[in-house]
Ligand binder design. Sequence first.
Ligand code: HEC
Length: 197
Amino acid sequence: MKILSLAAAALAAAMLLSTTSAHAEDCIAPSADPFDLEEADVVTLYECMEAKMLAGYTKGEDPVAAVYREWAVTATRPAVAGPHGERLLLTFANDVAAEQYLKFEYEGVEMPVGSVLAKESVKLGKEGKARIGPLFIMTKVAAGEADETDNWVYSGVQPNGKPMKFKQAFCHDCHAAFSDQDALAYPLEEVRIGATN
Ligand code: HEC
């Protein structure tokens, strides 16, 4: 009897431990409204989510998901722009794109062929619980390969590593508004790398 109850107690303790650690893994923001978050809240939340995001995106075969974290980060911290589902966003630029992208120019921008931008996203759910959002990707291809979308190819990776499905126009109809910037929208001004104001 004694041994049995000891075993039961150990089991109960183990279960308690596993539920506790599952909660410890949750990343909770102090507000469910991303626009309410202070800079420090965003940074803390993102630190909690970083490894989870990468683990999710790299579950599949996406070649960008496998490497984008080694690219140039384009903002000092993630931020919420509004478009892209009010998610917290952080964009990375590959070697081909970085030099031009990081100038954040407003006119006459022509990104070199082979430029790739990859943007992580985090969505706040009920009670501020953070969830991994998609990895959004734009790839510049040679003239003539995707004329209708200014030679950008849009793609995305779901939090489970699988490719997202959508029409190119779904993304480009909005990005086309930034035509002087070669369809790039850039991070919010105050978080751009090297921003002086
Ligand atoms: C309603 C408008 C809108 C739609 C639709 C949209 N985007 Fe964006 N996108 C933006 C804005 C605004 C930004 C800049 C916001 C930020 O990063 O802070 C942006 C930024 C990006 C970036 C970073 C490069 C840049 O423009 O600076 C990528 C990559 C991207 N979007 C991919 C996609 C993909 C893929 C889709 C379709 C699944 C899509 N976008 C749909 C508005 C949109």
